[in-house]
Design a protein around this ligand. Structure first.
Ligand code: ATP
Length: 215
């Protein structure tokens, strides 16, 4: 079972997240993409972070009707700071059938991988798919791999992937550039500007109904 695990704050979820997940699903032949909102992110300390409940509900509304997509409350249930290593272990241990896990992440987030808890262990637990994102061009592919672990990887240029000694890989995926961020949406909402066509209509309605991101 090839499963994509897509973590993020999703504050709120937008078309950039959804379109990239769709392209990755198709490119990598994934049977499922699970969106996993963080409870407390060790990397993002935003004053504007709305409750985990709101972020999960918006995600649920966004993926509704797509049989390949779902939203997981695993990090919210675990409470406290969310660490990907714990989430990955959970999915591997509880999977009904053998799991081929792909951790989906934008290049901006992956460039900080060396700050993630037990990141070296993570390379032995799952594949990574690193997606391009406007504003975060990298000069050379090698730049992606933290120097502490460079020796553990070999690069296969034809397949645009780094193969780890564990046989898991880090794939680079070029996706349609959609320059949308949750931050820009929050700013627009705060300034009472339209966010239509930046995110699903149901999510836009939810933000309005619950008066999110205004103050
Ligand atoms: P914020 O603006 O609040 O920092 P964000 O828009 O970056 O948020 P996150 O929820 O932090 O959204 O992102 C989750 C994951 O999705 C990250 O790995 C990020 O790199 C990726 N991502 C977000 N937006 C895009 C986009 N427009 N294109 C490609 N990847 C994206």
């Amino acid at each position: 079972m090839r499963v994509g695990l897509f973590g993020g704050t999703f504050n709120p979820v937008h078309w950039g997240h959804l379109r990239s997940a769709e392209e990755i699903r198709e490119l990598f032949n994934l049977e499922q993409v699970i969106f996993i909102p963080t409870n407390i992110s060790p990397h993002k300390k935003s004053q504007e972070l709305v409750s985990p409940h709101h972020r999960l509900t918006m995600l649920t509304l966004a993926v509704e009707g797509n049989p390949f997509f779902s939203a997981s409350d695993i990090e919210l249930k675990r409470a406290g700071t969310s660490y990907s290593i714990e989430t990955m272990n959970y999915f591997k241990q509880t999977a009904q059938e053998e799991l081929v896990p792909f951790f989906i992440v934008g290049v901006d987030a992956f460039l900080e991988i060396s700050t993630w808890k037990k990141y070296q262990e993570l390379f032995s637990l799952c594949n990574f798919i690193v997606m391009t994102r406007p504003g975060y061009a990298i000069k050379e592919q090698e730049q992606l791999i933290p120097h502490q672990v460079k020796k553990e990887f070999s690069y296969c240029p034809d397949e645009r992937r780094f193969i780890h000694s564990s046989q898991f890989s880090i794939y680079l995926a070029e996706i349609t550039a959609l320059d949308i961020s949750s931050q820009s949406i929050r700013t627009q909402v705060k300034n009472r500007r339209s966010v239509t066509y930046l995110l699903p209509h149901a999510v836009e309605n939810y933000i309005e109904e619950h008066v999110l991101y205004i103050s």
